[in-house]
Design a protein around this ligand. Structure first.
Ligand code: SAH
Length: 521
C-alpha cells in the first residue's frame, strides 16, 4: 500500500484547521492527517503546542501569536500575507487555529484573502471552546428540561461603542443558554446588560478557564455575583462564561475536575523516551504533569561485546533483559547486524518484570522467566532456582547499572557476559525553571522511577545544602517506584511518601491515586 497523500498543485494549498479547545486529543482526524503532511504550519496562541508534534520534522513552524490584550506576534494582515506567500511558493500550509476556525477566529478573513489570489483552500472545523468548556465543567449546553436554545456571543465589544452588534434586549431573555467568548474583561458590563434587559439576576453562571487542559479552573456564581467571584478567584483570559439554568446540572455531571489527581502538579523525572506512559496515566487521573527529563538515553560508543556475543548467540543458555531500553537497544543492534528474532531461538529469555516482558513481545518473543519480585535481585533469585551454574548468560544493559544481578549469578558459577547497549546521559538546563516552581510551593509531588532519576534530579536543582534542599521540597511529596529507588531517595536525606507494592508504572500511579484519596490532601 502506498502512503496516502494530499493533492499537490503548483500553487500550494492552505488548510484552515481547527485545533480544538486545548486537549490535544480533541483535534479531528482530518486535522491530524493534514498536520502530518504539512510543509508549513502557522499556529496561534490558543492551539495546543503538543499538536505540532504531528507535523513532519522537516515542517516549518511559525507562531502567529495573538493573545487577548497582549503582544501580537503578527498583525492579521501579516498572517494573511504569510499564508498567501507560502501557498504561492507551492507549499502545503496548515493554518492551525484554536477551537473552530470560523467561530470568533477570523478564519473567514484569512480565507477571503486567499480567494483574492485564487489560492486553493480547505476548512476543517474544530471542537469550539464553548462546548468544550461547558462539557468539561460538567454542564450540558442544552437539556430538554432546561433550555432549547443556545447563543454564542463575543464579549470583546467595546462597551463605549454606540451601536452594539449585540441586541441585548433580545438576547437577555431570547436564548436559554448564553456562552460568552472573550468576556472576562467586560464581565461587569455584560452581566449588567443582561439583568437590565430582563434576565433573572439569580440565573446561574459558570466561568471556565483553560478548559479541557490540566490547568482548567472553573468557578460558579449568578449573574449578580459572578463578577466578584471571578475577581476573587483571579480568573484571567482565556475563559468562557456559561450563563443559564443548565449550569445547575454541574452538581451532578461534573466529571473532569472530580478526577482523583485533578489540580495536582506532579514532576515526572524520567528519560525523554520513557516519560510517556507515566505522564499519560497521571494525566488520565487529572494530574498536571511537568516533565523534566533528567536523563537522555544514548547508544554506547562501542558495541564489540554485544557483536561478539551475537555471532555465537545460540551458545548462550540465557539472555536477561533488565529494562525496556535494554530490549530496544539490543534489537537495534541485532537488526543492524542483519539478524532478526529467529536468531534467538536457542537461549531462554528472562526479564526483570512485566513491562520488559511486554516490550519483548513487540519483537515476537515471549519471556521464559519473569521473577515474582521485579528487581535485579529478584531476577537473580529466580534464575538460581533454575540452576545456572556453568551456564552462559548474556546481559545486555546500561553501561553503568546495579551490579547485584551479575554478581550473584557469577558467585553461583554462571558465566555472565555484560554487554553495554545504551548509556544514561544527564541533561542540562531548565534548572532555574524547576527551582522557581519548587520555591513557589506549587509542586505537589516528585516521581522517581529509578535511582538515576533521583541523583540526576538532585544534580539538576543543585541545592547548596541539605537545609536548602529541605526548604525547596517542604511542600512536596515524593513517590518512588521501588525499594532501590526509595533507598537512593533516603540516602539523600529525603523521605519517600508513596511507594507501590509492585514496581511497575501502573502500580505506582495507583499508589499515588490511593495516597491522595486517603489523605484528601
Ligand atoms: N475559535 C475559538 C475562539 C477564539 S476567540 C474557538 O472556537 O474556541 C478566543 C476566546 O475563546 C478566548 O478569549 C476564550 O474566551 C475562548 N477560549 C478558547 N480556548 C479556551 C479554553 N481552552 N478555555 C476557555 N476559553 C477558551
Amino acid at each position: 500500500m502506498t502512503e496516502p497523500a494530499i493533492q499537490k498543485t503548483q500553487t500550494g494549498k492552505v488548510y484552515l484547521v481547527g485545533a480544538g479547545p486545548g486537549d490535544p486529543g480533541l483535534i479531528t482526524l482530518r486535522g491530524k492527517y493534514l498536520l502530518e503532511r504539512a510543509e508549513i504550519v502557522v499556529y496561534d496562541y490558543l492551539a495546543n503546542k503538543k499538536l505540532l508534534g504531528h507535523a513532519p520534522k522537516s515542517a516549518v513552524l511559525i507562531y502567529a501569536g495573538k493573545k487577548g490584550g497582549g503582544l501580537h506576534a503578527f498583525t492579521q494582515e501579516g498572517i494573511n500575507q504569510l499564508l498567501v506567500e507560502h501557498a504561492k511558493a507551492g507549499k502545503t500550509v496548515v493554518r492551525l487555529k484554536g477551537g473552530d476556525p470560523f467561530i470568533f477566529g477570523r478564519g473567514a478573513e484569512e480565507i477571503q484573502e486567499l480567494v483574492k489570489y485564487n489560492i486553493p483552500f480547505e476548512v476543517v472545523p474544530g471542537v469550539t471552546s464553548a462546548t468544550a468548556a461547558a462539557t468539561y465543567a460538567g454542564i450540558p449546553i442544552t437539556h430538554r428540561h432546561y433550555t432549547a436554545s443556545v447563543a454564542f456571543i463575543t464579549g470583546h465589544e467595546d462597551p463605549a461603542k454606540k451601536e452594539s452588534n449585540i441586541q441585548w434586549d433580545k438576547l437577555a431573555t431570547g436564548a436559554g443558554t448564553i456562552v460568552v467568548y472573550m468576556g472576562i474583561k467586560n464581565l461587569p458590563f455584560i452581566t449588567k446588560k443582561l439583568i437590565d434587559n430582563g434576565r433573572d439576576p439569580k440565573t446561574p453562571v459558570a466561568v471556565v478557564r483553560w478548559a479541557s487542559t490540566p490547568d482548567q479552573h472553573s468557578v460558579e456564581g449568578t449573574l449578580e455575583t459572578i463578577t466578584d467571584v471571578v475577581r476573587e478567584a483571579d480568573i484571567k483570559p482565556p475563559a468562557l462564561v456559561v450563563i443559564g439554568d443548565v449550569v445547575k446540572l454541574r452538581n451532578t455531571i461534573d466529571w473532569f475536575e472530580k478526577r482523583p489527581l485533578y489540580g495536582k502538579k506532579i514532576v515526572v523525572t524520567r528519560t525523554r523516551e520513557q516519560a510517556s506512559e507515566l505522564v499519560s496515566l497521571l494525566e488520565e487521573n487529572g494530574a498536571n504533569c511537568l516533565e523534566y527529563s533528567t536523563i537522555n538515553i544514548k547508544p554506547v560508543d562501542d558495541y564489540r561485546v554485544l557483536d561478539d556475543a551475537l555471532k555465537n548467540i545460540s551458545s548462550y543458555d540465557w539472555i536477561l533483559f533488565t529494562s525496556l531500553n535494554g530490549v530496544a537497544y539490543f534489537f537495534n543492534r541485532l537488526f543492524e547486524q542483519g539478524m532478526d528474532s529467529r536468531s534467538l531461538g536457542g537461549p531462554k529469555l528472562a526479564v526483570v518484570g512485566n513491562a520488559t516482558a511486554d516490550e519483548l513481545k513487540k519483537y515476537g518473543l515471549v519471556a521464559d522467566l519473569i521473577p515474582e519480585i521485579f528487581t535485579g535481585e529478584g531476577l537473580a533469585q529466580a534464575l538460581l532456582e533454575k540452576k545456572v551454574s556453568a551456564q552462559k548468560i548474556l546481559l545486555p544493559r546500561a553501561e553503568i547499572a546495579q551490579e547485584i544481578l551479575p554478581q550473584t549469578l557469577t558467585e553461583n558459577g554462571a558465566l555472565v557476559t555484560i554487554a553495554p547497549v545504551y548509556k544514561n546521559v544527564p541533561t542540562k538546563g531548565r534548572k532555574e525553571e524547576l527551582r522557581e516552581e519548587l520555591t513557589s510551593g506549587d509542586i505537589d509531588l516528585l516521581t522517581f522511577t529509578s535511582s538515576s532519576t533521583v541523583t540526576n534530579f538532585l544534580t539538576m536543582i543543585d541545592p547548596a545544602s541539605t537545609e536548602e534542599l529541605h526548604e525547596l521540597l517542604k511542600n512536596t511529596r515524593i513517590a518512588a517506584i521501588g525499594p532501590v529507588t526509595a533507598k537512593t531517595v533516603e540516602e539523600n536525606g529525603l523521605t519517600v511518601d508513596i511507594q507501590p507494592e509492585r514496581y511497575t508504572i501502573a502500580d505506582m500511579v495507583n499508589a499515588i491515586v490511593a495516597y491522595y484519596q486517603d489523605s484528601k490532601q
